[in-house]
Write a protein that binds this ligand. Structure first.
Ligand code: 0PR
Length: 377
């Protein structure tokens, strides 16, 4: 527990405030320090920072006051709908990130089916555990095969008349695998299929790799999908985009506000990050994203090679910008690295060391990290 301190009685001068603020600011790790390998977020583009700062007042929980933000939101929703092949009649909702989007998808599935079981590959992000708990749904875990893909035979076997939803992941948190959504859709049949494309949404469309399977609404069985501008969308936190194939059926009336109803879980909600992302999208275009991702993939393979030269064994050949090496004591390595100021993360299935090669990870940063990793193994 944090000790109680008296709430400030008298105001302080700006100078005194900034002294303490700067002290705290410099304690935070900076993406450009070259030591962050465990984050799926990155330093937002300069234009995103600038625009985000301009829209601090905006609150789409009360949309009638923010016509400008809404107009940019519509453009974002439309353009991203094109990126993920959303069908006519789709609905898009800006959310705080994939956690919220995953809850929205399962919420829709539960209410429409009146059922509670969710088939969840072991690879699925822990946010689904929150979703199931909140929605009183029952996760039915689907094991992974030797290739770390969901065991489709088991999935088929577990799907029954009580199943509300099936989940597939495009860009798994631990390995960056794009699961075979098309095959999962075939198994799901009429059951709601929710795709978590938090990472894959802004990577797969920009990779020229025909080996990566399709994950989006071009598969008729995909009912809902979330993707995160605040990850490889390279914009500011927090922003996720939730898409539903048809109208999202859940809303409550919001009588005191300018909007007639709210569909989001949060009331006052993420807003400045929408114009910020609009700017990034316009600034980079597909070409810009492609180029940045190409750089990330080159560095990903470089990091893999350097790891292999230390005797580490990559779990898979990287598909997206994540390298994971098998390791028996990942917690120990992560802790030893952290003691020296380096941030890497661990995986559970299988136990391993995970490196996320976001745009802030430079080749020099990799070269500087490798000797520290060697000492920490
Ligand atoms: N789905 C997938 C596939 C994810 O990888 C994540 C987050 C989520 C959903 C949840 O997204 P939000 O946290 O945006 O709601 N995965 C990252 C991870 O666990 C989250 C993260 C982000 C971790 C930034 C560290 C960090 O610095 O690695």
């Amino acid at each position: 527990m944090i000790a109680k301190k008296s709430f400030p009685e008298k105001g302080l001068s700006e100078d005194l405030i900034m002294e303490r603020i700067l002290e705290a600011y410099h304690l935070d790790m900076d993406f450009n320090c070259g030591k962050i390998f465990g984050s799926m977020c990155t330093s937002p583009l300069e234009i995103a920072r600038k625009v985000h700062g301009m829209f601090l007042d905006s609150n789409l929980g009360n949309p009638g006051l923010y016509e400008g933000t809404i107009s940019l939101e519509r453009e974002v929703h439309g353009a991203v709908a094109d990126l993920i092949n959303a069908p006519d009649g789709y609905e898009a909702i800006s959310v705080g990130g994939a956690t919220e989007g995953n809850i929205m998808g399962l919420w829709k599935a539960r209410n429409q089916s009146g059922k509670r079981k969710v088939l969840l590959p072991v690879s699925a992000h822990f946010s689904f555990k929150k979703a199931c708990d909140l929605l009183n749904m029952e996760p039915v875990m689907i094991p992974l095969g030797e290739d770390y893909l969901p065991d489709l035979a088991v999935m088929e076997d577990r799907l029954d008349g009580d199943t509300a939803a099936v989940v597939g992941v495009a860009g798994t948190t631990e390995l960056g695998i794009v699961e075979p959504i098309e095959a999962i859709a075939e198994i799901a049949g009429d059951v709601h299929l929710h795709v978590d494309a938090a990472l894959g949404g802004f990577t797969v469309p920009f990779l020229d790799n025909s080996d990566i399977s399709v994950f989006d609404f071009s598969i008729p069985g995909v009912d809902s999908l979330v993707l995160d501008p605040h990850k490889m969308g390279l914009s500011t936190v927090p922003l996720g985009l939730y898409y539903s194939r048809d109208e999202h059926p859940i809303s409550v009336e919001s009588p005191y506000l300018t909007g007639k109803h709210q569909k989001t879980i949060t009331g006052t909600r993420t807003s400045a990050s929408i114009p910020a992302f609009w700017s990034v999208m316009k600034y980079l275009g597909s070409q810009g994203y492609r180029k940045i991702l190409e750089g990330c993939m080159e560095k990903t393979y470089w990091l893999m090679e350097r790891g292999v030269s230390l005797g580490l064994d990559p779990v898979i050949s990287p598909v997206l910008n994540i390298v994971t090496f098998h390791h028996d004591d990942p917690c120990g390595v992560v802790d030893r690295m952290a003691q020296n100021g380096w941030n890497i993360s661990r995986t559970v299935t299988p136990p391993g060391l995970r490196f996320v090669v976001m745009p802030h990870v430079t080749k020099d940063a990799i070269d500087n990290m490798i000797p520290v990793l060697e000492e920490s193994l």
